[in-house]
Design a protein around this ligand. Structure first.
Ligand code: BTN
Length: 247
């Protein structure tokens, strides 16, 4: 029921090594696993990132996936990117020193001091609205960061490990999913925009067929990026990737 109490899932599956927690969680979802089922691993041998990238999976970092069966329209599923990023931000803001600058980069990267600290990979497969499931995979750099990224440990966070972050994150995710199901996307959109990377600045958006330059004006009600081009026209971007801003 929308608005029901948020319980921690009883089923957290903890693995030492797995190819990818997302692959494992997707198999569980297909077998009917309950919403809130969590898979986490100490190590992944074939961790996946977005756009076909691999995700370097070092022990000590958080590697987790959660199965969700949100009671929303299938066409709104993209909003889960923003919801997951806001959940991560809510957790990380509680553990980071106040001087750390945390920002959310469209559509779902978490940056601290301009470097990537966490990534989100959302996967689902064609199915009817009544059996909608989605797997949200999250990697958080806790003790190690690949080149050009950042980890919590290097920012002075020494007392929260993967287990503590996992517990807080699952609570946040389930709480926000309940809000989303009951009230829609508006408050999640607002929370995301408050921390948006380069909002109001000129950015480049790399799309599958073209690269667009314009002022990042915000998100529309569904989560698409609004870009104002120099000729005054507005572009609504549903997919792609924003990268370095311009001056
Ligand atoms: C990105 O490209 O930013 C998304 C990275 C997502 C990585 C996580 S780690 C846990 C889960 N299992 C995977 O194979 N990928 C996600």
């Amino acid at each position: 029921m929308p608005g029901q109490a948020v319980l921690l899932p009883s089923n957290i599956i903890r693995l030492k090594t797995v190819d990818s927690t997302n692959t494992y969680a997707k198999a569980l979802a297909k077998e009917g696993a309950a919403s809130g089922t969590v898979v986490c691993a100490e190590e992944q041998t074939a961790g996946r990132g977005r756009q076909g990238n691999s995700w370097v999976s070092i022990p000590g970092n958080l590697l987790m996936s959660i199965v969700l069966r949100p009671r929303i329209k299938a066409s709104d599923i993209g909003q889960l990117s923003f919801l997951s990023a806001v959940a991560l931000a809510n957790v990380l803001e509680n553990v980071l020193p106040s001087a750390a600058k945390l920002e959310l980069k469209w559509p779902n990267d978490v940056l601290i001091n301009d470097k990537k600290a966490a990534g989100i990979l959302i996967e689902t497969e064609g199915h009817g609205e009544s059996s909608l499931w989605v797997v949200v995979g999250i990697g958080v750099n806790i003790t190690h960061a690949p080149p050009n990224a950042v980890c919590l440990y290097d920012l002075g966070v020494k007392t929260y490990g993967a287990e503590e972050i996992l517990e807080m994150l699952v609570k946040q995710m389930l709480g926000l999913v309940a809000v989303w199901e009951q009230d829609g996307f508006a408050s999640i959109r607002h929370a995301w925009l408050k921390r948006a990377y380069r909002l109001g600045e000129t950015i480049m958006a790399r799309l599958p067929q073209e690269t667009l330059t314009g002022v990042f004006e915000g998100l529309d009600a569904a989560g698409a990026l609004l870009l104002r081009a120099s000729d005054g026209s507005q572009r609504i971007i549903n997919s792609g990737e924003v990268y370095a801003g311009l001056t």
